[in-house]
Design a binder for this molecule. Sequence first.
Ligand SMILES: *Cc1c(COP(=O)(O)O)cnc(C)c1O
Length: 409
Amino acid sequence: MWVRKRIDIGWLDLQSAGLNCVLPGSRSKAGDAAEAAWSTDGRAFACLSVRSGLDLALKAFALPPGSEVLVSALTIPDMVRIIEHHGLVAVPIDLHDEDVSPRVELLEKFVTKKTKAILVAQLFGGRFDLAPFVEFARQHNLVLIEDCAQAFEGDRYKGHDEADVSMFSFGPIKTATALAGGMFRVKDKSLLSHMRELQAEYPVQSRWFFLKRVLFYSVLKFLGGKLAFGLFVRTCRLLGKDFDEVLNGSIRNFPEDQFFASLRLQPSFPLLRLIARRIRRYRNEDLDRRAARGALLASLLPREHCPGSAANPHSYWVFPLRVFNPPRIVAALREAGFDSTADSSMQPVEATDGRPEAVPETARVLLKSAIYLPLYGQIPGSEIRRMASILVPLLAVEEVSTKQPASIP
Ligand SMILES: *Cc1c(COP(=O)(O)O)cnc(C)c1O
């Protein structure tokens, strides 16, 4: 069985992380080293997670309460939760189906005097050109935040020069994971030092907590390669974790105070060391291999079933497939040894009461009809072709049965 997702970390990374949990070392040196590994221009900022860093950035921006933030209509719900916690209103901006970029014409439509920021998300491993958003933000004097949590590209992209903040995640399901962690590029140096000061007031994540995390994901990685999927899920449950929560690194069910307490920590020494190690040692070839598998699969499937596949560059962090009947296709794939899922860590951003016209229809449809195919560099091209050969007739039958339901016996 090709499981839906593999944790993207090596045994040596885990070993070294475990060791760093018990070795002495300077946190501030480790932080400097991690940031220098990302970029030497003094604009990198290491934090506990993208969510932690966004929370810090919003604290530092201190936008007036009631300000509006134009947000890519598809993102993880925690991002909206954090925006709202700061007294801000998230206004969803629907996406183009082809490359999942936000629709610029909707920015024009929804911008008001109260609009203070834009948050755009680079989704599924693809990336769109930020230039029109930079231009729009400049025209309207808005803060521009770029969410690259799904768009790690090795040393090829470290955030847009003109974005105020670009955010990369090293969370458990992300490319080149450090089991946690965020790395930001912050354009304005005074904003950056403000964020550092705010972060310095936080308690430090405990090494013991991080060691437990390293051990947990080591077990998961070991089992992930060996067990059938059902057994794997049950093992997660035995270890006290919900599988999707594990994969998504989700803490969305936490009550408000606990949620923010869990975000408002400084990264520990071993976490900073692991982030630095992952950045320094990452090989772009790993990304290229996955990208090639994704491009191959997309080339074998009808374009209209592959939302986001027009993004360029595209590293296929995940491969969403549009289908009419997700459970049926998931079952057929499982039968053939491909574990896919209709579950997503993302949700469409809700339109607020004052803005019923902002309902993001494309994002809603995309999410409702998408399943996520297993896709990583270790799956050989022949297996990708086999997956496509199973899917093509299934998709064709779906097509016919939805267009002419009466003609199917
Ligand atoms: C994973 C993810 C995040 C959160 O990243 P963390 O580092 O876990 O906080 C934010 N946005 C998107 C689009 C993501 O996929």
